[in-house]
Design a protein around this ligand. Structure first.
Ligand code: C2E
Ligand code: MG
Ligand code: MG
Length: 592
C-alpha cells in the first residue's frame, strides 16, 4: 500500500494519527488493514501481503473472515464486537489463517474509524505474527517444567499437576494415586558402566513408564533414578482404587523387568521399588502425599527391593514415632542423654586387646534407645555429625586417661564412624583436633568404617584415610561381607583390620556356606596382611572353630556384653588388681 493510497483511506484526524504510526508499524513488520463499516476491505499495506500471502486484488472487497482460522469461538467474536461497539477499541491474541492454509497466532489491534462528524465510518486493524514469540515462550516453559534428559515432566510440573488433581478430585470424589518409583541399584550401574549408559537406561525407563499409563495420567522424573507416576480418576471406593493402582505398579515392574540393550551389547535387567499413596480431593496436602509415598517406597526397599508397598495407617504411626524421635534426638546432646558403652575385644588366648565404643541414647523417663533405632535417623538429619564428634572426643579423653597406666595404655579403642560424618570436608581436622585437645595417643585409636562408604568418591576416601594414617590412627572395616566390597577392591584402601559381620558367625557351626565364607575371609585377610576380628562370638563352639581356622581376634557376648564406661573401667581396675572380684561375666568381661 503506497503512502498515497493509505492517506486516501484515512480522511479523518484519527486516521491521521494512525497514519503517523505507519512508519512504526512497517518497522516492526505489522500488517495494516482498513475496512468500511460493513467490514469490506478497502486497503492493506505491504506487510499484510507478506504476512497473509494475499495480493491486493485478491483481498480488496473481501471481509476479514477470509483470514479466520476457525479456532476462535462465536463467543470470542461476540466479545470483540461488543468492545468495539462500547470502546471503539479491541486488542488481543487471535489465531488466523494464511492463504497457504497455515494457522498462526497474531497480536491484533482494532480501532473504529470515525468521520469528521464523529460517526463511525470503518475499522482499522493492525496485527503482527507472534509465532516466534510463542515458540520461545513454550520453549522456556518446556525447560522450566520438563526434564531435559527424558522429556518427562519434572518435579515442579508434577507438584503442579498433583495440586490440580487434588482440586478436581474434590468435585469428582474419585481417588488418585501417587507412585514413587526407584530404580534398584542404579548407582552401581552408573558407577561401573559410566554415566552415558546410565542416561541411556533412564531414557528407556521413561519410555516404558509412558507405555503403562493412560492419557490422563502423568509420568514424571523426580531427579536421579527416581520417577513418579500420578494416576487420576480412579474408583471412588478406596479398595477398588488401590487395586487399580497396584495393577499399574505391577505393570510398571513387569515392563521395567524386560531386558534393556545398552551400548557395547550390554544387556541389563532392571528392577524397581515402588511406593504408593492414595489421595482423594484435598484430604491431604501435596507435601504429606509425597512423604507418604516416600515412606511406602522405603518399606518396599526394606522388603528386599523389587517390590510395591502401599502407605497405610501402621506406617503413619511409624511416621509419627519417627517425628517424635527426631525432635527428641535434636535435643539429646544438649540434654546430655547419650551414653557410651564399651565391649571388649580379645585375642585367641582371650586376653583383652581393646574395646569398641557403642552408643546408647537414654531419654529422660523413657526406655533406652539402641543405635539401630536412632543412628539412621541421625544420619538422615545430619545430627550424626555433632554426635559422632562427641563420641570421638570421649574416646580421646578416655585414651588420655589410660596413657599413664601400664595395664591400659596398650589397649585399642574402636569408634564407629558413619559415612556422613566421614564425608565432612574437615573430618581429618576434626579427628586431629580431638586427639590434640585431649593429648590422646593416636596409635590406640581405631576408626570403624562400613563398606557403603567405599563405593563413592574413592580418591577422596583414600586421601582422608592416608592423612589420618600419617597421624597414627588406624582403620577397621566393620560388618565385612554384608556390602559389595571385594577383597581385591579393598587393597585400594589403607585398612589395618576387617571385622567379619556377625550374621556369618552366628551359624558358623551349622551352616556350611557361612563357614566357608568365614574361612575364605580369614585366609584372604591374612594374605593381605589385615588382622581379622570375628564379631558376635557367643559360644565356645564358634570360638573353637574360628581359632582352628586362623582367626586371632574376637568380640562377642562370650567375652562380655557392651557395658557402660564406668563398669568397663571398674572391670579394668579389677583386672589390674588381682584382689578385686571380677564382676558378673554376663555383663562384665571374662578375664583370662
Ligand atoms: P557394630 O559396630 O557392628 O557393633 C556391633 C554390634 O553387635 C553392637 O550392637 C553389639 O552390641 C552387637 N554385638 C556384639 N556382640 C554380640 C553378640 O555376641 N551377639 C549379638 N547378638 N550381638 C552382639 P549395638 O550396640 O546395638 O550397635 C549397633 C550398630 O550401631 C553398630 O554395629 C554400629 O554400626 C552402630 N553404632 C553404635 N555406636 C555407634 C556410634 O557411636 N557411631 C556410629 N556412627 N554408629 C554406631
Ligand atoms: Mg562397629
Ligand atoms: Mg559390626
Amino acid at each position: 500500500m503506497s503512502d498515497h493510497d493509505f492517506q486516501g483511506a484515512c480522511q479523518t484526524e484519527q486516521a491521521a494519527v494512525i497514519w503517523n504510526q505507519r512508519a512504526l508499524f512497517n518497522q516492526i513488520g505489522a500488517a495494516i488493514l482498513v475496512t468500511d463499516l460493513r467490514q469490506r476491505i478497502l486497503r492493506v499495506n505491504d506487510a499484510f501481503h507478506r504476512l497473509t500471502g494475499y495480493a491486493l486484488d485478491e483481498i480488496i472487497g473481501q471481509t476479514p473472515k477470509i483470514l479466520a482460522s476457525g479456532r476462535q469461538s462465536p463467543a470470542f467474536y461476540a466479545a470483540m464486537w461488543q468492545a468495539l461497539k462500547e470502546d471503539g477499541h479491541w486488542e488481543g491474541e487471535i489465531w488466523n489463517r494464511r492463504k497457504c492454509g497455515e494457522i498462526y497466532p497474531e497480536w491484533l489491534v482494532i480501532n473504529v474509524l470515525c468521520d469528521d462528524a464523529g460517526e463511525p465510518s470503518g475499522y482499522v486493524a493492525t496485527f503482527s505474527d507472534i509465532s516466534k514469540l510463542k515458540h520461545a515462550e513454550s520453549e522456556i516453559q518446556h525447560l522450566a517444567f520438563y526434564d531435559p534428559l527424558t522429556a518427562l515432566p519434572n518435579r515442579r510440573l508434577l507438584l503442579d499437576r498433583l495440586e490440580q488433581a487434588r482440586m478436581s478430585g474434590k468435585r469428582k470424589a474419585e481417588h488418585g494415586a501417587l507412585l514413587i518409583i526407584d530404580i534398584d541399584n542404579f548407582k552401581i550401574l552408573n558407577d561401573t558402566l559410566g554415566h552415558d549408559i546410565g542416561d541411556h537406561l533412564l531414557i528407556e525407563i521413561a519410555c516404558r513408564l509412558k507405555l503403562c499409563i493412560r492419557e490422563c495420567d502423568t509420568a514424571a522424573r523426580q531427579g536421579g533414578d527416581e520417577f513418579a507416576v500420578m494416576l487420576e480418576a480412579l474408583d471412588p471406593h478406596p479398595r477398588a482404587a488401590a487395586v487399580s493402582a497396584e495393577a499399574v505398579a505391577e505393570k510398571i515392574r513387569e515392563e521395567l523387568a524386560r531386558p534393556v540393550m545398552l551400548a557395547h551389547g550390554h544387556e541389563h535387567y532392571c528392577t524397581a521399588s515402588i511406593g504408593v499413596s492414595l489421595f482423594r480431593g484435598q484430604d491431604k496436602s501435596v507435601e504429606t502425599l509425597l512423604k507418604q509415598a516416600d515412606i511406602a517406597l522405603y518399606k518396599a526397599k526394606e522388603a528386599g527391593r523389587n517390590a510395591t508397598r502401599f502407605f497405610d495407617q501402621a506406617m503413619q504411626t511409624t511416621l509419627d514415632q519417627r517425628a517424635r524421635l527426631e525432635s527428641g534426638l535434636r535435643h539429646a546432646l544438649a540434654r546430655d542423654e547419650f551414653v557410651l558403652y564399651a565391649q571388649a575385644q580379645v585375642d585367641a588366648a582371650k586376653g583383652l586387646v581393646g574395646a569398641e565404643l557403642l552408643l546408647r541414647w537414654q531419654p529422660v523417663g523413657l526406655p533406652m534407645v539402641l543405635p539401630n533405632d536412632f543412628i539412621p535417623l541421625a544420619e538422615e538429619s545430619g545430627l550424626i555429625v555433632p554426635i559422632g564428634l562427641w563420641v570421638l572426643n570421649t574416646a580421646c579423653a578416655m585414651l588420655r586417661s589410660w596413657a599413664d597406666d601400664p595395664s591400659r595404655r596398650d589397649l585399642y579403642l574402636s569408634v564407629n564412624v558413619s559415612a556422613r560424618q566421614f564425608r565432612q570436608p574437615d573430618f581429618v581436622d576434626q579427628v586431629s583436633a580431638a586427639i590434640a585437645r585431649h593429648g590422646a595417643n593416636p596409635r590406640r585409636l581405631k576408626l570403624e568404617l562400613t563398606e557403603s562408604l567405599l563405593l563413592d568418591k574413592v580418591e577422596e576416601v583414600v586421601f582422608k584415610m592416608r592423612a589420618l594414617r600419617l597421624l597414627g590412627v588406624c582403620f577397621s572395616l566393620d560388618d565385612f561381607g554384608t556390602g559389595y566390597a571385594s577383597l581385591a577392591y579393598l587393597k585400594r584402601f589403607p585398612f589395618e583390620q576387617l571385622k567379619v559381620d556377625r550374621s556369618f558367625i552366628r551359624d558358623i557351626t551349622s551352616d556350611p556356606d557361612d563357614a566357608a565364607i568365614v574361612r575364605a575371609i580369614i585366609a584372604m585377610g591374612n594374605s593381605l596382611r589385615l588382622s581379622v576380628v570375628a564379631e558376635g562370638v557367643e559360644d565356645e563352639a564358634q570360638h573353637a572353630y574360628l581359632v582352628e581356622h586362623g582367626c586371632t581376634l574376637f568380640q562377642g557376648y562370650m567375652f562380655g556384653r557392651p557395658v557402660p564406661l564406668p563398669v568397663f573401667e571398674a572391670v579394668l581396675g579389677a583386672r589390674s588388681d588381682a584382689e578385686v572380684a571380677v564382676p558378673d561375666p554376663v555383663i562384665g568381661i571374662e578375664l583370662d
